[in-house]
Unconditional design. Structure first.
Length: 88
């Protein structure tokens, strides 16, 4: 019986503490939701900016590579490679 009474007292004490902490709960929840929305928006903005930056860097890297359209004769290809190697 001693254990049951202690348990009941603990439950009552927990209920009193829960009621005390409920004051201003609406205001706290609203503030936390607002902060969560701001954090999500900032994360999306940073992710979007990072993606745009990465795509820009990748595009610059790919576009700066030498490339040619059409077909080259073997002599022109050899001369182009020779010029490229001698320029370095």
């Amino acid at each position: 019986m001693e254990e049951g009474r202690t348990r009941r007292e603990m439950e009552q004490h927990a209920m009193v503490l829960a009621e005390m902490n409920c004051e201003g709960l609406d205001v706290r929840c609203r503030r936390w939701r607002r902060c969560a929305v701001v954090r999500r928006c900032l994360c999306v903005a940073v992710l979007l900016a990072g993606t745009v930056y990465a795509v820009g860097r990748l595009t610059d890297t790919v576009m700066s590579q030498p490339w040619a359209t059409g077909t080259l004769t073997t002599d022109k290809a050899v001369a182009s490679v020779h010029e490229t190697l001698m320029a370095r």
